[in-house]
Ligand binder design. Sequence first.
Ligand SMILES: O=C(O)[C@H]1O[C@H](OP(=O)(O)OP(=O)(O)OC[C@H]2O[C@@H](n3ccc(=O)[nH]c3=O)[C@H](O)[C@@H]2O)[C@H](O)[C@@H](O)[C@@H]1O
Length: 445
Amino acid sequence: MGSSPPDTSKTTKLERYNSYIRRVNSTKLLQASSKLLFRVTLLVALVLILFFTLNYPPISDNPHHIHATNNLFSSAFYGSGAGWEKQVRHSSTPRRPNGFSVLVTGAAGFVGTHCSLALKKRGDGVLGLDNFNSYYDPSLKRARQKLLEKHQIFVVEGDINDSELLHKLFDIVPFSHILHLAAQAGVRYAMQNPLSYVNSNVAGFVTLLEVAKSADPQPAIVWASSSSVYGLNTEVPFSEGHRTDQPASLYAATKKAGEEIAHTYNHIYGLSLTGLRFFTVYGPWGRPDMAYFFFTKDILQRKSINVYVTQEGKEVARDFTYIDDIVKGCVGALDTAEKSTGSGGKKRAPAQLRVYNLGNTAPVTVAKLVGILESLLNVKAKKHVIKMPRNGDVPYTHANVSLAYRDFGYKPTTDLATGLRKFAKWYTSYYGIESRVKKEIQSDD
Ligand SMILES: O=C(O)[C@H]1O[C@H](OP(=O)(O)OP(=O)(O)OC[C@H]2O[C@@H](n3ccc(=O)[nH]c3=O)[C@H](O)[C@@H]2O)[C@H](O)[C@@H](O)[C@@H]1O
C-alpha cells in the first residue's frame, strides 16, 4: 500500500478507499494466482520429466527383457497406519522358540520366494520387501506374492533405495537377520540398462547397509553375490580365494563392488555379513530372462533358440544349481551367521565377514541342457549355434563348495536332469500347457 487515496468528503473518502483497496487486492490476487499457476505448472513439468527419465529406461530389444524400473515412487504404494503395521509385525513374528525375524528383500523374486517359504515353514518370522519392477513379467512376481500370502508372508511393496521406508520397518520390527536378495540380475541386460545395476546392486545395497548399521539391534546380513565375480579367472573349479578382479560384465562388477562394500560396513560398523556366490540357479517359479526358461518357452512354441559357443568354437558350460539346494545354502548361512557387534552406528568388536560359493559342482554344457529339455518336452529344438556375442557372458563356471560344506554342511543333491524335470512340470502347469508335453512329467513328483 504505497500511495494514499485522494481526500474529498468523509463518506466518499471511505467508499473510494474501499474500492481502491478492492482494486489493489484483486490485482494482487490475480498476480499471485498467475504466479502460483506458473509455479505449479513448472513443478508438474519437472515431476513428469523426472518420472519419465527414471521409470522408462531404454526398452530392450530382447523380448524377455521389457525394462527395469527404478521405482523411486514405489513408497507411495506402501501402507501406513495401524492395519499396515499390524501386518508387518504379524508377518515378522517367529513361531518357534529362538526363531529368527528375517527381512527378505526381493521376496517376490525367484530365490526370495523359495527362501521366504522355507523360513516361514520352520517357524521363522518373515517380512518380504519387493519393488515389483518390470525387468521381467511382473505378473509372475504377483503370482509368487499370492503364494507367499497364502503362507502368511506379507510383502511390502517398496524399494531398497527408499531409506525412509527401511527405517520405518526397523522402527516396527527388531529384525535379527536380513536376507538381501533384491538386485538387478542378468548378465547380458547390463549392456542395455547399465544404470539399473548401479541403482540396485550398489546404491540399493549401500542404502540397506546404512539403515542396518544404525538399527538397534543391528541385524546379521546374508546377501546374494554371484558366480560371475570370477569373470576371466581360468583356475577351476572356482574357489573363494581365486581372483575376482577381472569381471567380464557390469553385472559382475556391481556384485564384486557389493563384496567390497560389505567389507567396509563390516570393518567400520561391525555388521555381520555373508555373501553367497550363486551359480546359475534354476527351478520352478524361476526367472524368465534365464536361458533354461526362455529355451523352454521357445522350444514349445517351435521357435529357434541361440546356442552359444566360444569364439574358438568350444562348448559353453554352466554349473547349473537347483533352487532347493540354494535354499538349503541360504538357510545354512543364516543359521551360522554370528550377531553383528555394533550398536548406535558404532562397532564394538570385530564381526563375521564371509563369502561362499553355492554351486552344483557339476558343469553341464548348454547343448546338453537343450538336449534334456527336448527330451522332457518331447519337441525337437530348432538350434541356431552361434559364437557367444561379446555381451559379458563367460564360457565356463564350476564351483568348489568345500567351504560351504565345512561351515554349514552345504551339499547339492539335485542333478540337472532331475531339476529340469521339476521345472518343466511347474512350467507346463503354470502356463496351462499340460496336454502338449510328455505325460511322465505330469505324473512325476
Ligand atoms: O550364476 C550366476 O552368477 C548368474 O547366473 C545367471 O547367469 P548365466 O549363468 O549367464 O545364466 P543364463 O543367462 O541362463 O545363461 C546360461 C547359459 O546359456 C547361454 N546362453 C544364453 C542365452 C542364449 O540365448 N543362448 C545361450 O547359449 C549362456 O551363455 C550361459 O552359458 C543369472 O542370470 C545371473 O543373474 C547370475 O548371477
